[in-house]
Design a protein around this ligand. Sequence first.
Ligand code: PAF
Length: 271
Amino acid sequence: MQVARTRPELASARSGLSGAVGLVPTMGALHAGHEALIGEAVRRCSAVVVSIFVNPLQFGPDEDLDRYPRTLDDDLARCESAAVDVVWVPEVEDVYPDGPARVRIDPGPLGRELEGASRPGHFSGSLTVVAKLLNQVGPHTAVFGEKDYQQLVLVRRMVRDLDLPVDVASVSTVREPGGLALSSRNRYLTEDERERASSLWRALSAGRAAAGTGQAAVLTAAQAALAGVEVEYLELRAPDLGAAPPSGPARLLVAARIGVTRLIDNVAVDL
Ligand code: PAF
């Protein structure tokens, strides 16, 4: 496994990869959820690049950029045992040599809803860095998790709207035994908060179990299972995050604060 820390090192490592290349973009603090993304890239491609970059552009001024977990040694060990070929670990200056990018991706109307309503500018920042990473690495396939469902939908939209030459693959959310979705931010939680956080999954499961009895019933069942958390949104949408259909496939999404930590989760439901 090669670790590229500069653009020339990346170019040289990339030129040694043949066949279909898969990219797994991450912000590090890797866990079993990321390992599932890497596994999918390994399955689909003949070589895999993982990027590790905590992207300042996608954090708001009051968000957790400074305390976002950075665990590079552990991340590299996980990449090594997951058969990754190249790990791309740029510094902020390698990604934004002229300071924060002035030309950025506009995520469109969906970028201002759900997560975008709580986190103005977030999707412009994440799509901009994803576009840059795709250009830097030149993968055939890029793999994203369903845990950040709105990001996945917007990446697919960007790739389609801008004719980016890459296939987007997705992987279902990996969960703890109690259902809590794996997230690098879970390590902020105390034991008591972790227990409260698992009510997100209980709510999504209750909503899913009520599917078939109508939109209102799904939302009521999910709402009733949310306890000890400060809900930011609980919404039913279409799979592409347009308005929820009266019946058929849909997505139930939740965001909540538990203490100082903000968590999101979602599940597919069949209305
Ligand atoms: O999902 C993430 O970890 C990030 O938003 C991504 C896609 C790596 C862009 O910084």
